[in-house]
Design a protein around this ligand. Structure first.
Ligand code: DGJ
Length: 730
C-alpha cells in the first residue's frame, strides 16, 4: 500500500484515537525522550495537568500518580487546570480572563476534543480544544514537542462567535503545574552593560512575577528566561530543573504562583499590562510560544538540550557558518570618513578576519549623525563622510578580499531628523505630553503598515543598491515612553501590534534575503529572545566587553543560547591582556573592535594566529556540546569545555577570575562528554608570541582519566587565560 504524506498523518491520528480507548479517554501523555507532560480529562470534562517530569515505562501508570499525593482539598477542581479560566470557580491566578460581548466576566473551559499530529520522526503537535459551555468561546491549546531535545513549545489560539467583540483581559501562552517539595527560581536582572545578572531564591507562597513593560528593548531590566529547580537547587549535573523562555520580543509576563496546596503554577505569556485585546467574532488571537525543557540531570543537560533545539529548529542558520569581523564602533565611534575606513578595510585584511562591520554614524545629511543626538531615520549616506557612498566602500572591501557589513537602527528616529519633520504621525508619542527620550531618540510606530514598509525599505534599499553587502547589525536603543499610535484606533492593541509589525518586517526581509547574517543588538543584549532569533543569526550580549565581566555574562547566557549565536568582540574594555580578551571572545562568534593599526607587532601576530586557531576549533565551539566545568561564581577559576559530536575533539577555555595571592587551578578540572575509551592529546593554543606552555603535550590521556581525574590547565598569575585543544590520538 502506498501512502501520501497526508494519509500517514491520518493514520497516526487514528492510532492515537485507539490509544485514547486504551486510556479510557482520560489521559493525554505528551512524551519526549526522557520526559512526560501528562494531561487528563476529568469526569466533568475539565482538562488538568496531572504530571510533569521523568517519563514512566508504563503509560497506564500515569493515571495512578495523583492518588499518591495526599495534599489538601482543591475547592475549585481547577488548581491544576491546563489553562485556568477566571470568574467562575477559579480562586487563583488565571491564564485567561475575558469580558464577554454581553459584559459578563466569567469563563469556564471544558474539553471538546484533541488530536496528535506527528509532524516528523522528532516533532509532534498535540492540540486540545476547550470551550465555554455557556458562551460561544473557544480556546485551542498547542503543544509542539521535540522528542530528542525534550523540549515543548506551547501556545494558544483564542476565538469566539459571540454577538459582539470580546475583551481579552489576560491571555497567557501556557499554564504549567508542577509538584515538588520546594521550588527554587533562578531569574535574571540587569541594565545597560550589566545584562544577565543571576539571582536565586526559594519560591514562597503567593505570586512572583517576572515582566517587562518597556515595549521595545524589552529585556533591558529583565529577560523572560528562567530556571526552576524542584526539591533542591539544581547544580550543573544534578537535580531536576525546568528552563522556560517566552518567544516574544515585547512586553512579557511570567507568574510563578505557589498555591495553598504547595504546587507551583507557572503562567507565561505576553504582558497584558495596558493591553486588553478586543477580539472580533470569528477572529483568531494567537499567542506567542512559551518554550520549556526539563532535566533530572541538572542544568548542564537542560542547557545542552535547549542549545541543540535552538541550532536545529530556531536560530536562523543554526547549523551554518558565521563571519569573523572587525567592527569600528569603539575604534572610531562617529568620527570617520572614507579615507579612515579605507585604512580600516586594509586592517581587516591584515588582521585576517572575514568582514568589516561599519557601525553607527554613516548616514544623514541635514542633521548629520555625528553623535547620538541626530540623524536617526535619515538613512542616506552622509555626503561629507562618505562622498562615494556605501557602494564604493563595498568595492574597497572587495579589493581587500574582505566582506562588508553595516549597522542600522531602523525602528528609531531622532527629533533632529528629516524623518521627524516629515512624519510626525509615524512616531510613538502623545501630542498632549512633552516628548521624553531614551538615548535622545523616539520609536517609530511599527503597528502602522506604512512604517513597516519604511523599515523594510531601509534594509531592502541597502541590499538593492549594494547586492554584495554581507551583514547587518540591527540595533534598538530606545524603550517606549508615552505609548501611543496615531494609526491605531484601539490603543490597547499597541504593544502587541508593535511586535507583530516588527515580525512582519523581519518575515518580509527573510523572504527576500533568507540567509544574510544579521546581528540582533539592542544597545547590548536588551532584546534577545527565541522569536527574534528566528530571523537573526546571532545576538550582541552586551556593550560590556570587559572580558572578566564577559566570563560571567556569557556563562549565564550559555544556559539558554548556543555559543554560535553569541557575538563576542575583543575590545579595549577591561584591564586584561589582549590574549585574555581574545580567548574569552572565542567562546562564541569571534569579532574585534580595536585599532588594529596601533597594535604592537606581537599583539597583531597574536591576533592573527588566534584567528587561525579559531578557524580550526570554531565548529566544535559552535556545534559541539557545551560543558560548564568550573563555575566562576564558586571558585577562582572558570572552565568551559566544548566537545564535538563524535567526541574526537574538544576545546577547553580556562581563566583565573580571582587575582588574590597564590590563586590558581590547584586541583585538576574534571572534563565531561569525552569518550572514555579514546586517548586524547592536549595542546595549549593561543600562546602569546615568545611565551611557552607549561603543558607537556607529549603526554596523552584517556577520556576515562580526563573525566574521572581531570586535567590541570595550570591557571595562575602569569597564566590567567589558558586555551587547550583536545584531540583524539589516531
Ligand atoms: C549600541 C550598540 O550596542 C553598540 O554596539 C553600537 O552599535 C552603538 N549602539 C551605536 O550607536
Amino acid at each position: 500500500m502506498t501512502y501520501t504524506m497526508n494519509n500517514i498523518k491520518i493514520l497516526i491520528i487514528c492510532a492515537l484515537s485507539f490509544a485514547h480507548v486504551v486510556f479510557a479517554q482520560e489521559i493525554i501523555p505528551i512524551e519526549t525522550s526522557k520526559n512526560a507532560l501528562v494531561l487528563s480529562i476529568g469526569k466533568n470534562q475539565d482538562v488538568s495537568t496531572i504530571y510533569f517530569g521523568q517519563k514512566l515505562g508504563l503509560k497506564a501508570e500515569y493515571a495512578k500518580i495523583n492518588s499518591t499525593y495526599k495534599q489538601s482539598n482543591d475547592y475549585t477542581g481547577q488548581l491544576n487546570s491546563v489553562y485556568t479560566p477566571s470568574g467562575s470557580r477559579n480562586l487563583v491566578e488565571p491564564a485567561i480572563s475575558v469580558t464577554h460581548a454581553d459584559g459578563n466576566k466569567s469563563l469556564d473551559l471544558v474539553y471538546v476534543s484533541h488530536q496528535v499530529e506527528k509532524i516528523d520522526a522528532n516533532v509532534s503537535l498535540t492540540t486540545i480544544v476547550l470551550k465555554d459551555p455557556a458562551y460561544n468561546f473557544s480556546v485551542k491549546l498547542f503543544y509542539k514537542s521535540f522528542y530528542k531535545e525534550d523540549l515543548i513549545e506551547q501556545w494558544t489560539e483564542i476565538s469566539h462567535s459571540e454577538k459582539g467583540d470580546v475583551m481579552l483581559d489576560k491571555f497567557a501562552s501556557a499554564n504549567l503545574h508542577l509538584k515538588a517539595q520546594s521550588y527554587y527560581l533562578r531569574q535574571y536582572h540587569g541594565d545597560w552593560a550589566k545584562e544577565m545578572q543571576p539571582e536565586d531564591s526559594k519560591i514562597t507562597h503567593g505570586i512572583k512575577t517576572l515582566d517587562s513593560k518597556l515595549g521595545t528593548r524589552a529585556n533591558l531590566f529583565q529577560p523572560s528566561v528562567f530556571m526552576v529547580s524542584l526539591n533542591t537547587p539544581a547544580t550543573e549535573n544534578q537535580g531536576s530543573v525546568l528552563y522556560g523562555a517566552m518567544e516574544w520580543s515585547g512586553n512579557f509576563r511570567v507568574d510563578f504562583e505557589l498555591d495553598y496546596q504547595d504546587n507551583l503554577r507557572i503562567i507565561a505569556g505576553m504582558n497584558n499590562y495596558a493591553s486588553p485585546y478586543k477580539l472580533k467574532p470569528n477572529e483568531k488571537f494567537i499567542t506567542p510560544k512559551f518554550l520549556y525543557t526539563f532535566s533530572d540531570q541538572g542544568k548542564g543537560e537542560a542547557s545542552r538540550k535547549l542549545q541543540s533545539w535552538a541550532r536545529n529548529y530556531q536560530l536562523l542558520d543554526g547549523k551554518g557558518d558565521r563571519l569573523t569581523l572587525l567592527n569600528n564602533w569603539e575604534a572610531t565611534y562617529f568620527d570617520f570618513n572614507e579615507q579612515k575606513l579605507a585604512g580600516l578595510l586594509k586592517d581587516t585584511k591584515a588582521l585576517g578576519v572575514d568582514m568589516f562591520l561599519l557601525d553607527d554614524g554613516w548616514f544623514a545629511n541635514k542633521y548629520p549623525r555625528n553623535d547620538d543626538h541626530a540623524g536617526l531615520g535619515d538613512w542616506q549616506e552622509n555626503k561629507q563622510k562618505l562622498p562615494n557612498g556605501i557602494s564604493s566602500l563595498v568595492k574597497v572591501a572587495q579589493k581587500n578580499e574582505v566582506k562588508f557589513g553595516i549597522w542600522i537602527e531602523p525602528e528609531m528616529v531622532n527629533p533632529k531628523s528629516e524623518l521627524y519633520e516629515k512624519h510626525q504621525d509615524w512616531i510613538v508619542k502623545q501630542s498632549k505630553r512633552s516628548e521624553y527620550y531614551f538615548r535622545n531618540q523616539l520609536v517609530l510606530d511599527l503597528s502602522n503598515p506604512k512604517v513597516q514598509d519604511f523599515v523594510y525599505g531601509v534594509v531592502d534599499d541597502l541590499f538593492t543598491k549594494n547586492p554584495d553587502l554581507a551583514y547587518i547589525k540591527w540595533d534598538c536603543n530606545a524603550v517606549i515612553y508615552n505609548a501611543y499610535s496615531s494609526h491605531l484606533k484601539d490603543q490597547s492593541a499597541f504593544y502587541i501590534e508593535y511586535v507583530q509589525g516588527l515580525y512582519k518586517v523581519l518575515e518580509k526581509i527573510r523572504a527576500k534575503y533568507p540567509k544574510v547574517p544579521m546581528m540582533l543588538c539592542s544597545g547590548g543584549g536588551g532584546r534577545v529572545d527565541y522569536a527574534a532569533l528566528k530571523y537573526f543569526t546571532e545576538f550582541w550580549p552586551s556593550d560590556n566587553t570587559d572580558p572578566m565581566e564577559r566570563i560571567f555574562m556569557q556563562w549565564e547566557y550559555s544556559y539558554f543560547y548556543p555559543s554560535i549565536a553569541s557575538s563576542n568582540h575583543v575590545t579595549d574594555w577591561g584591564k586584561q591582556p589582549l590574549k585574555f580578551r581574545t580567548d574569552v571572545a572565542m567562546m562564541g562568534k569571534l569579532g574585534f573592535d580595536i585599532v588594529v593599526s596601533k597594535l604592537p607587532e606581537n599583539d597583531l601576530k597574536f591576533c592573527q594566529d588566534a584567528i587561525k586557531n579559531y578557524s580550526e576549533v570554531k565548529k566544535t565551539i559552535w556545534q559541539g556540546e557545551q560543558y560548564r566545568l568550573a563555575n566562576p561564581t564558586e571558585g577562582s577559576v572558570a572552565s568551559m569545555l566544548y566537545v564535538n559530536q563524535d567526541r574526537s575533539s574538544a576545546v577547553s577555555f580556562n581563566y583565573l577570575v580571582n587575582n588574590r595571592y597564590d590563586e590558581g587551578s590547584k586541583f585538576p578540572i574534571r572534563m565531561q562528554g569525552l569518550d572514555g575509551a579514546k586517548i586524547y592529546k592536549l595542546t595549549e593554543i593561543n600562546l602569546y608570541p615568545g611565551s611557552s606552555s607549561s603543558i607537556d603535550s607529549s603526554v596523552t590521556y584517556s577520556g576515562d582519566f580526563l573525566m574521572k581525574i581531570g586535567f590541570n590547565p595550570d591557571v595562575k598569575a602569569g597564566r590567567t587565560s589558558v586555551v587547550i585543544k583536545i584531540e583524539e590520538l589516531r
